[in-house]
Design a protein around this ligand. Structure first.
Ligand code: BDR
Ligand code: CA
Length: 313
């Protein structure tokens, strides 16, 4: 991946994924597109701009505002996970940076049309914008380079409901369109639980560090750390979006992956947003989704530490 659009519901771990991509020398972040998800839309937009500013790239990376609601369903924000406003509860940025002109969906479509096969997508929020882009440009799959999605819970419990991971739960209709119609690499919630979690000792180390990125990380994880203790009984902070971006930035991180038929239950009810993954090849569904099954967790931890502690005296 060289040229990247990040589609994000910026709060919590989204910020760390954005930072990681913005700081990666080999990657040119062309735009952020904002989608309804974690917290109120206006907070997401401002959180995204603040993160770009912190990375020193706010002038170079336009922020496009996208879908403020899922395609069809009602949904709920998760301030109880990321803290009020999405950055831990104490940080409410007001950057004064204007949003780019035009809708996020148009920005995605126009950027890939201008450079067929060269631009990749990192999808770290609900998939509303991306599904709309597919409907605007039926050849989107052919026009894109790689598509990375953080979403789903592959044969494991969800985090938002027992059946579903948050991004797929919020807009299951969009998630279904995206996995049915694009060649996606999926980083799911289960992989996060196994390898994408920063433990309490490491969180303390970052809290003691004196760098702007470590301070930011501590602010955005403070609330999530408490939430993790309550819901999962572990002193840790989960970093699903950061993990997905780390795999995109450093594909050697991925130690195991399989390509399967994947589908999403878009029906309202107990299994809304459930990600069906046909690991045994039981159905006739076409195997087209590359599911990341294992990563080198130590390398991931190291990537996060390198990013956050850069410049620590
Ligand atoms: C996903 O939901 C959001 O809260 C996170 O940012 C991540 O994209 C994990 O289920
Ligand atoms: Ca997200």
């Amino acid at each position: 991946v060289e040229r990247l659009i990040i589609d994000t519901d910026t709060a919590g771990d989204d910020t760390q994924a954005i930072l990681m991509a913005a700081l990666a020398d080999a990657i040119d972040v062309e735009a952020l597109t904002i989608v309804a998800g974690n917290v109120e839309f206006e907070y997401e937009v401002e959180n995204a701009k603040y993160t770009l500013d912190l990375a020193g790239v706010a002038d170079a990376v336009p922020v496009y505002e996208g879908a403020r609601r899922p395609l069809l369903k009602d949904f709920e924000h998760v301030d109880h996970v990321h803290g009020d406003g999405g950055l831990g509860g104490d940080l409410y940025p007001d950057t004064g940076i204007p949003s780019a002109d035009g809708h996020a969906v148009d920005a995605i479509v126009e950027t890939v049309r201008a450079s067929p096969g060269e631009v990749s997508l990192a999808c770290i929020g609900p998939l509303t914008n991306v599904a709309m882009a597919i409907r605007r440009e039926p050849d989107l799959n052919e026009l894109l380079d790689e598509v990375w999605v953080m979403g789903g819970a592959v044969n494991t419990l969800g985090n938002d409901t027992p059946a579903a991971e948050f991004n797929f739960w919020v807009d299951p209709d969009a998630a279904k369109i995206v996995v049915n119609e694009l060649d996606v690499t999926l980083v799911d919630w289960g992989l996060t639980v196994r390898h994408g979690t920063i433990d309490g000792d490491e969180l303390d180390r970052f809290a003691d560090a004196d760098t702007p990125y470590a301070e930011f990380f501590t602010a955005i994880t403070s609330h999530a750390r408490e939430f993790s203790k309550e819901r999962f009984g572990v002193d840790a902070a989960t970093q699903p979006d950061t993990l997905a971006m780390a795999c995109l930035v450093n594909p050697d991180l991925v130690t195991e992956a399989g390509t399967y038929f994947v589908d999403v239950d878009e029906r309202e009810g107990m299994t809304r947003g459930y990600s069906l993954v046909d690991e045994l090849g039981i159905t006739d569904g076409e195997p087209r989704t590359r599911v990341v099954e294992s990563v080198d967790g130590d390398v991931f931890d190291q990537m996060v530490a390198d990013m956050l502690l850069a410049g620590d005296p």
